[in-house]
Write a protein that binds this ligand. Structure first.
Ligand code: G3P
Ligand code: MG
Length: 247
C-alpha cells in the first residue's frame, strides 16, 4: 500500500525560520522524502527563496523582492524575526539550496511564486539552475500560475509538475492532465474529499499545509501521495506509528 511522503513545508517552518538554510538543514536531518520552497526573482534577475512578494515579514528589511538586487537582499537578516537564535540567517538563493540538497536523495518541490508578479524569464532561469546541478529528476515544479507550468513543460516536457489550487475544483485531475501536469497540489480541505474518491487517485495528490495531528493521520491512513507540513518530525512519528500497526 502506498506510503504517504512527507515534505517539509518551507523547510521546517514550525521550528526554524522558513525558507532558510537552517530550515532546510533541519529537514535534511529527518527521514522524510522532500522539501518544499518558494522562489521569487530579484531586480537583477537572481532566484531567491522566500515566500512573500516583499521582504517585510521575514527579514529586517522592507520592499518588494522585484525591486531589490541580490546584494541588497543578502544584507538582510532572515532569522531574527523568528528567534534571536537564528540571527544572521540570510535569504538563500535557489543555487545555495540546490548545493545543500544535492548530496541527499530528497525530492525538491520548487514553487514558482509568479502568480502576483510574472517575473519574466523565471521558468527558463529555474530550469537552467536545476539542470546545472543535475537535479531535475528530483524536482517537482509547482505554481498557482498554470500558464507558467505549461511554459515549463514546453521547455522540459518530462518535468514533474503540480498544479496548485485552493478550492474544490471539479475533477481537477482531468484539468491537470489537460495542462500536462503530473499531479495536483491542493489545499487541505478540498484534498480531504478528493482523497476518498477513487477516480481522483488517478493522479498523485499532494496537500498543504497539514499540521494538526488528526489531519496528518487522516491523510496518511487514506494513502494520499504526499503532505506538506510545517512539522515534519511530528508527521514522521505519526506515520511510523501507523506503519507499526500495519495499516
Ligand atoms: O506548495 C504548497 C504550499 O506551499 C502553497 O502555499 O502559500 O505556503 O506557498 P504557500
Ligand atoms: Mg509554497
Amino acid at each position: 500500500m502506498k506510503l504517504t511522503s512527507i515534505f517539509a513545508h518551507r523547510g521546517s517552518k514550525g521550528n526554524r525560520p522558513e525558507n532558510t538554510l537552517a530550515a532546510f538543514r533541519e529537514a535534511l536531518s529527518l527521514e522524510i522524502e522532500g522539501i518544499e520552497l518558494d522562489v521569487h526573482m530579484t531586480k537583477d534577475k537572481q532566484l531567491v527563496v522566500i515566500h512573500d512578494e516583499t521582504v517585510d515579514r521575514t527579514t529586517n528589511g522592507k520592499g518588494f523582492v522585484k525591486d531589490l538586487t541580490l546584494d541588497e537582499i543578502k544584507e538582510l537578516d532572515a532569522g531574527t524575526w523568528f528567534s534571536k537564535e537564528y540571527e544572521g540567517e540570510k535569504i538563500p538563493t535557489l543555487s545555495e539550496v540546490l548545493e545543500l540538497v544535492k548530496p541527499s536523495n530528497f525530492t525538491l518541490n520548487i514553487e514558482l511564486k509568479n502568480d502576483v508578479f510574472l517575473y519574466e524569464g523565471i521558468e527558463e532561469a529555474v530550469l537552467k539552475e536545476v539542470e546545472s546541478y543535475s537535479y531535475i529528476d528530483n524536482v517537482i515544479l509547482s505554481s498557482f500560475n498554470h500558464y507558467s507550468i505549461r511554459k515549463c513543460l514546453d521547455l522540459y516536457p518530462t518535468l514533474e509538475t503540480g498544479v496548485l489550487f485552493m478550492e474544490g475544483l471539479y475533477k481537477p485531475w482531468e484539468y491537470a492532465k489537460y495542462v500536462g501536469a503530473t499531479s495536483i497540489h491542493v489545499y487541505e480541505p478540498a484534498a480531504a474529499y478528493y482523497v476518498q474518491m477513487q477516480e481522483a487517485n488517478s493522479i498523485p495528490i499532494r496537500t498543504f499545509t497539514v499540521n494538526k495531528d488528526e489531519s496528518i493521520e487522516f491523510f496518511i491512513r487514506n494513502h494520499i501521495d504526499a503532505i506538506f507540513t510545517d512539522y515534519p518530525e511530528k508527521a514522521l512519528g505519526i506515520r511510523s506509528q501507523i506503519e507499526r500497526e500495519g495499516n
